[in-house]
Write a protein that binds this ligand. Sequence first.
Ligand code: XMP
Length: 512
Amino acid sequence: KILIVDFGSQVTQLIARRVREEGVYSEIVPFNKAEAAFAEMKPKAVILSGGPASVLDDNAPSAPLSILTAGVPVLGICYGEQTMAQQLGGTVEAGHHREFGRAAIEITDTCALFDGVWEVGGKYDVWMSHGDRVTKMPDGFRAVAKAPGSPISIIADDIRKFYAMQFHPEVAHTPDGAKLIRNFVRNIAGFAGDWTMRAFREEAIEKIRAQVGKGKVICGLSGGVDSAVAAVLIHEAIGDQLTCVFVDHGMLRKDEAKTVVDLFRHHYNIPLVHVDASKTFLGELEGVTDPEVKRKTIGRLFIDVFDAEAKKIGGADFLAQGTLYPDVIESVSFTGGPSVTIKSHHNVGGLPARMNMKLVEPLRELFKDEVRDLGRELGLPDIFVGRHPFPGPGLAIRCPGEITREKLDILREADAVYIDQIRKADLYDTIWQAFAVLLPVKTVGVMGDGRTYEYVVGLRAVTSTDGMTADFYAFDMKFLGETATRIINEVKGVNRVVYDITSKPPGTIEWE
Ligand code: XMP
């Protein structure tokens, strides 16, 4: 195991992810709990994360001395480097110029971290994000790289196996960063790298059992991958102490409800309450055109319906959610200042307080692709695991303007044809998310000898890694032409198809 001591960097989880990618299990603990965790876990190596503080501040956080004297390899990153240097007797000063963003460092000496990656004399891109720098190294260290802002950019003590760097190797902007971490984990700390998603599954199950005890857990399924994986995992841990609730709000994709019910009731035999609440939702949404009002109405009703179902099954002590790591970081404001609400994302966030429940979030440390791996590990069918993300408010936000059953039906059909086309062209896994939108306008067309006056369907497809930014997908024209023809021929009520070529930013992925 590796212990990651967290000093509050926004990207600490990426360190854990890089370590997992090397097939090694790690746990992140806040710096003020690190001493106890280190004693209990007995890790074979430690990584000190970056963080927003300055070691020059009063009461600056530091690493427990017990870690630095235990004889295990330690890797210090950014703030982790500075506190390590200072605690071991070196000097840290405020930099003359703060370095943020891309920088080139020059390798000045050999180092076990660089094996097979960097050569002496070479210059390499790294991602800096810090104000302070080490000006005098502690005894036993040597400098092995320099940066424009500081002659001591990476320090190494080969005897104690202490290594530290000013920049962030865990982010993608440091192109060779993952290889440096690999060298630390494999060569320096000596891990075999045989930890897998199977091990994650077993550890997660133990944690869920420990947290939940004999309590009852309720889990809202959305039809998406995350809640499904969370539910299957929790069911494996605590069996029928878990009840799943699937609220059909009438704005789901074609065959969605059937897919979910089949999977849970028949494939996994997990207790599932299937609530058809479409009348309530569509009734309340009548005449609503404002996107935010739509989103909030759906969120509120969702909580009402869910709450009522939970009462019917006799209440629950815990609410399970498929929260992923990107949801966690997105909810922490980067600047600390007020951030603007672009869209009120719908989740069941209002529930725990209202129903007095604690949260079970077994996927909190994982990224989307890791959740997919875990889903496969748990035996979820590939076709389900690989599904594109689908928003909580469903087709409501793909139907700008007022929502009606008729419009939703048209949209559902058009979307199904579009996705079928994408699957047939073998593009489904290349595209991050694709869907149809029904525009609230009718246009004139001609079919056979007659005039038509029907709706317009918009098609959207994007590539992305996390949904935070996205590029529109460049289909070839033949594909688009054939898809338009199929939609117009097969879906009654549509006579025109357009393709959305907006990236994010400035557009968002969904239209509302
Ligand atoms: P936007 O439209 O904000 O979407 O660029 C980014 C990603 O988030 C999904 N999305 C949602 N997911 N509840 C969700 O669970 C929501 O209210 C919601 N709104 C957008 C969207 O589908 C895309 O994947």
